[in-house]
Design a protein around this ligand. Structure first.
Ligand SMILES: Nc1nc2c(c(=O)[nH]1)N[C@H]1C(S)=C(S)[C@@H](COP(=O)(O)O)O[C@H]1N2
Ligand SMILES: [Mo]
Length: 301
């Protein structure tokens, strides 16, 4: 269903990589002609997003429970059992309990959201997700007025996840959002890509997608959602608090201690495609900047 957050492009409009490259080259030409002043302008933020091909999205992944290599998730995530699946929603809610995945799906309206996706490692893609607004799921559980944060947890199955033998992170993978971020209409739970069930390497059967934050906030294969009144611990912040903050909003003016965040490498851009400037809040500034009014985004990185 179309609404103001939904790009009018549909999966059917996605073009083969050749056409994608041509379109990018044309746009690069236009940008060059217009001069550098055009970069980062609203015109670019609202340009038609060209989704990456299925192969890019499903074969270049970060899902450390299956290994730290970009091709490990596609190679190993097949072992993950995703049926039956339920999500425990607890903490400061009126109706705590285990919600079956099918029960959740039957109560939600699935729509397509074509979003930019920007990893903290400075690569990016455009993904045509299918999913529903997290706010609708939280409404189902009934959020109590005392709740201020939402904590998320990924399934932990050592028998099915070869990567958790290594203490890269403190398993299970956990993430969190402030309640207003969680309730924002751009924040979705994704259950599909290109109209197909979301592949296991991308976080089946359901994962968070917060398009204005670095990719690691978008936690995969969620089994628990807890409403709390205190900021919850998050995996990458626990691993390295100096490098990864709780907010982790995409911000080209705040560099990672070990690399610049001013530009990004679009995956599938081709051998000769250059880096592109990273946009404030990953291009969603008009929609989300007000969530952070009065906050020092360098301190609250
Ligand atoms: N459980 C879990 N969720 C995760 C990760 C992970 O290792 N484990 N990696 C994160 C990172 S760093 C990124 S960039 C995205 C990658 O999502 P994708 O593979 O669908 O592109 O998932 C995020 N969610
Ligand atoms: Mo990432």
């Amino acid at each position: 269903m179309a609404n103001r957050w939904t790009n009018t492009l549909t999966a059917a409009d996605a073009t083969p990589e050749a056409a994608f490259l041509n379109r990018r080259q044309i746009m690069a030409g236009l940008a060059a002609g217009a001069g550098l002043a055009g970069i980062g302008s609203p015109a670019r933020a609202q340009e038609e997003l060209e989704p990456n091909p299925w192969e890019d999205i499903t074969q270049y992944n970060n899902y450390y429970e299956f290994g730290t290599g970009k091709d490990d998730p596609a190679a190993y995530a097949d072992a993950l059992t995703i049926s039956p699946w339920s999500v425990r929603i607890d903490g400061l809610v009126d109706n705590p309990g285990d919600f079956g995945f099918d029960q959740i799906l039957s109560s939600m309206t699935i729509e397509e959201r074509i979003y930019r996706f920007r990893c903290v490692e400075a690569w990016s893609m455009v993904v045509p997700w299918n999913g529903f607004e997290l706010a609708d799921l939280l409404a189902m559980a009934g959020v109590k007025p005392e709740a201020k944060y939402v904590a998320f947890e990924t399934v932990l199955r050592p028998d099915e996840m070869p990567g958790v033998r290594y203490p890269v992170l403190d398993w299970p993978y956990v993430e969190g959002l402030r309640l207003d971020e969680a309730m924002h209409p751009l924040t979705i739970m994704a259950t599909g890509i290109y109209g197909k069930d979301i592949p296991k390497q991308n976080g089946a059967p359901l994962r968070l997608v917060v398009p204005w934050k670095y990719g690691f906030k978008s936690i995969k294969s969620i089994v628990r959602i807890t409403l709390t009144d205190a900021e919850p611990p998050t995996s990458w912040n626990k691993a390295n608090p100096r490098e990864y903050g709780f907010y982790s909003n995409v911000n080209p003016t705040v560099d990672h201690p070990r690399w610049s965040q001013a530009t990004e490498r679009p995956i599938g851009g081709g051998l000769f495609a250059g880096r592109e400037p990273t946009l404030m809040f990953n291009g969603y500034e008009a929609e989300v900047a007000s969530l952070y009014d009065g906050m020092d985004l360098t301190k609250n990185f």
